[in-house]
Design a protein around this ligand. Structure first.
Ligand SMILES: *Cc1c(COP(=O)(O)O)cnc(C)c1O
Length: 396
């Protein structure tokens, strides 16, 4: 095999780059995949080199060849200045805030944010002297009306966790950049394959790689991509200071997941949309929250900015007691009930966002359920839900 130059590589299409990135059989004894390199201690040849830390790798917490192979593939997808990997999606959400904010700073966070990130903002940031306000995810360019002299960053997530509101990311980014405010985004739902967040102006883009990257519900991992070399250096310094390292096995498994992510998403996207449409036509369903549906309030933004959809969305059932929703959910045999998503298997869980939302409380009259559509045959999934709806009606 002839080795491509970095320029030749960069001219390849994304699908091809995802297959090639981060591996060189010449470095792997000829094997296709990079090896899993385990290690804490790195041995130096002599005193001079040790004192100068003159070595490609200096110590296990500061980098590792298996992790670098994963990072090469991630850089290919994100198209930013550099990616750092963290031990969970949550750590990838909190690292950008720890790296860029200081005492006295103000942060704006979408009210639809992933809930554990909200917990971090409410419980950890005040201890560091950083104040937080939550805003309506639909705010768009009006975000500027919430800027204070000390506003340093705006956190976005589109579509939002559980409630799936779209956000006008380019408008928010334009408003922020006019004031030198950083734009951060949790882009886990679309992945970089369906939303080029840096191109839309996002300075720091986060992925819970636990979801579609790993893709098999067997790894916890997070990734943080910086748009500029300056921001990358800042994130990398915090990453290094905090000792956020991942196990090389997890890097290997995530890289393995990324090789097939586009075909999984290609299967799961239409399955998710078909299921959302089927649910929209059901009398038991009051509303489907999925931005790829023309009926969704976020559809125009989704269509303008995103090139695809993942298979996570939610439904609001007709008004009924929770026990009716529980009767539906508890008898499902193909949908597991559990947090996380992005694996090959379908999931269903009840949620209630009313107790914690502060800027905008969605007006749900019936129980709300989040669904993740996996790689099962959609007709089997529909039959499972159909029987569930019969239990729901009987328990109403
Ligand atoms: C799951 C999730 C995270 C956190 O990922 P973990 O690896 O589970 O910590 C962050 N953001 C979103 C939108 C998620 O769905």
């Amino acid at each position: 095999m002839k080795k491509l130059s970095p320029t030749e590589f960069s001219h390849l299409r994304e699908k091809t780059r995802l297959v090639l990135a981060g591996r060189d059989p010449a470095d792997s004894y000829g094997f296709v995949n990079p090896p899993i390199v385990r290690g804490s201690t790195v041995i130096y040849p002599n005193t001079e080199d040790f004192l100068a830390r003159k070595s490609r790798y200096t110590y296990g917490t500061q980098g590792n060849p298996t992790i670098d192979a994963l990072v090469a593939a991630l850089n290919t997808m994100e198209g930013g200045a550099g990616v750092l990997v963290c031990s969970s999606g949550l750590m990838a959400c909190t690292l950008p805030l720890l790296a860029t904010l200081s005492a006295g700073d103000h942060l704006l966070v979408t009210d639809s944010v992933y809930r554990p990130q909200r917990n971090f903002c409410d419980k950890m940031l005040p201890k560091l002297g950083i104040s937080v306000d939550y805003y309506d995810p639909a705010i768009g360019a009006d975000i500027a009306s919430l800027f204070k002299p000390n506003t340093r960053a705006v956190w976005t997530e589109a579509p939002g966790s559980q409630t799936f509101e779209m956000q006008d990311i380019p408008a928010i980014a334009a408003a922020c950049h006019a004031r030198d405010i950083l734009v951060m985004m949790d882009n886990t739902w679309a992945t970089p394959l369906f939303f080029d967040s840096h191109k839309a102006g996002v300075d720091i883009s986060v992925q819970a790689g636990t979801k579609y990257y790993a893709g098999h519900s067997d790894v916890l991992i997070g990734t943080v991509s910086a748009r500029t070399p300056e921001l990358y250096a800042k994130l990398k310094e915090a990453w290094s200071l905090l000792g956020i390292i991942i196990a090389p096995e997890d890097a290997f498994l995530t890289l393995r997941g990324i090789r097939t992510m586009q075909i999984r998403l290609k299967e799961q996207m239409p399955a998710g949309i078909a299921m959302a449409q089927w649910l929209e036509a059901r009398p038991e369903v009051a509303r489907v929250l999925h931005p790829a549906l023309p009926s969704d309030p976020g559809h125009a933004l989704w269509k303008r900015d995103f090139t695809g959809a993942s298979s996570l969305f939610a439904i609001e059932l007709q008004p009924a007691p929770m026990k009716a929703a529980a009767a539906m959910l508890d008898g499902l045999s193909l949908f597991g009930m559990g947090a996380s998503w992005g694996g090959y298997e379908s999931l269903a869980l009840p949620f209630d966002c009313a107790p914690y939302r502060t800027a905008t409380v969605p007006d749900f009259k019936g129980p709300t359920i989040r669904l993740h559509i996996g790689l099962e045959d959609i007709e089997d999934l529909k039959a499972d839900l159909d029987a569930g709806f019969a239990r729901f009606r009987a328990a109403m």
